[in-house]
Ligand binder design. Structure first.
Ligand code: DSN
Length: 417
């Protein structure tokens, strides 16, 4: 593909040049943000397709608009593939992203004022799991469970909180926790108090699809996800659920919460689900985990304090304050040599969200580029050297040289030249 952005460049060079600059940034950087990935060219093509022109409120075979035969076919493909991928009874692929998917589930299953038990944000949970800053926290009562000092979910505490507060919904899932979950245990607790079970697998969906992590879909009532993280699809969301909740969930997404579905995006989801069904995707997911383990060990050896006792998935949450830096300083320093990750709160962080104690990083994007354990070691050592000598120009230059060497060795989107 040699004419990438040719039309755009002629018509609107300002937008074209910003996109080109972003392509370059992605190519020359070591991308460690655990929620980011690089989609295939096939996914990009579907995203940029004429399906963006079509309105299609409703669901396949039952729409409010004419001319929907082609988007029906695409949406049905996405539904069938994602059901197969996770062993789900029902799938809704219309949520625009993870937050709308979660909100749609709350509105499907709960009444205003109902109680939800979810994971504390600083212990790895997510904003949409009831952080007081969100609108949802004004509508529902959120109670939060935490991890133990050794980094596990304290299921006894979850049970106690459930018995005490009688939640209508128990929520499992996270965006900064590095261990697997015992979904059966959550389900037993929920059954004792008559609560629905909901898992948000946004971060780990790709690992679950590949059989590399526990799958809540056969156990839980509802599972939500984004499609753009380890699942390596376009930016978007989805909801999986038991057959008996299908109507409620569908009605909550449309017309309850969203309007016309983004069918170009749903087409790209279908392509990504098709890719995730291939045997190569299993190898990819395995490698993500191997890479995360090596990176984690290298960072721990170098003096970072790893939260939750290590990693069983794609991500690492680490306290950088033992090296005399804050999370924000570490992020900015690494950014200056094109290593990208994000500052993050650690459990019960004494610092503020905009300058917390920790950094969060992961391996899905670099694994897509083809990097393996050796490269993870090099990257981890480079990071440690820099974090230990933040003002040394020679160390910075050496880090830049490593980044340059690795990103050249593992090129990104060479077809787009
Ligand atoms: N912003 C996403 C992440 O980075 O984990 C979660 O919504």
């Amino acid at each position: 593909m040699t004419n990438y952005l040719e039309k755009l460049n002629t018509q609107d060079p300002k937008v074209a040049s910003a996109i080109q600059a972003e392509l370059k940034r992605q190519r020359v950087g070591i991308e460690l943000i655990p929620s980011e990935n690089f989609v295939s060219l096939a996914v990009l093509e579907a995203l940029g397709s004429v399906l963006t022109n079509k309105y299609s409120e409703g669901y396949p075979g039952n729409r409010y608009y004419g001319g929907t035969q082609n988007v029906d076919a695409v949406e049905q493909l996405a539904i069938d593939r994602v059901k197969k991928l996770f062993g789900a009874e029902h799938a809704n692929v219309q949520p625009l992203s993870g937050a709308p998917a979660n909100i749609a589930v709350y509105s499907a299953l709960l009444e205003p004022g109902d109680t939800v038990l979810g994971m504390d944000l600083s212990h790895g949970g997510h904003l949409t799991h009831g952080h007081p800053i969100t609108w949802m926290a004004k509508i529902f009562k959120f109670i939060r469970y935490k991890t133990t000092p050794d980094g596990l979910i304290d299921y006894d505490q979850v049970r106690e909180l459930a018995q005490e507060n009688k939640p209508r919904l128990i929520l499992a899932g996270y965006s900064a926790y590095s261990r697997d979950l015992d979904y059966q245990r959550f389900k037993e607790i929920a059954d004792e108090v008559g609560a629905y079970t909901m898992a948000d697998i946004a971060h780990i969906a790709g690992l679950i699809a590949a059989g590399e992590m526990n799958n809540p879909v056969p156990i839980f009532d509802v599972v939500t996800s984004t499609t753009h993280k380890t699942l390596r699809g376009p930016r978007g969301g989805l909801i999986l659920c038991k057959k008996e909740l299908a109507k409620k969930i569908n009605k909550a997404v449309f017309p309850g919460f969203q309007g016309g579905p983004h069918e170009h995006n749903i087409a790209a989801k279908a392509v990504a689900f098709g890719e995730a069904l291939q045997p190569e995707f299993k190898e990819y997911a395995k490698q993500i985990k191997k890479n995360a383990k090596v990176l984690c060990e290298t960072l721990a050896k170098g003096g970072l304090k790893i939260m939750f006792g290590g990693t069983e998935n794609h991500l690492i949450l680490a306290d950088v304050t033992p090296l005399g830096l804050t999370g924000r300083q570490a992020q900015e320093l690494l950014d200056s040599v094109n290593i990208t990750l994000n500052k993050n709160m650690i459990p019960d962080d004494p610092r503020k969200p905009m300058d917390p104690s920790g950094i969060r990083l992961g391996t899905p994007a670099l694994t897509t580029r083809g990097m393996k354990e050796n490269e993870m070691k090099q990257i981890g050592q480079t990071m440690i050297e820099l974090l230990k000598q933040p003002t040394s120009e020679p160390v910075k230059n050496s880090a830049r040289a490593t980044v340059k060497k690795l990103t050249k060795q593992f090129p990104l989107y060479p077809e787009l030249d």
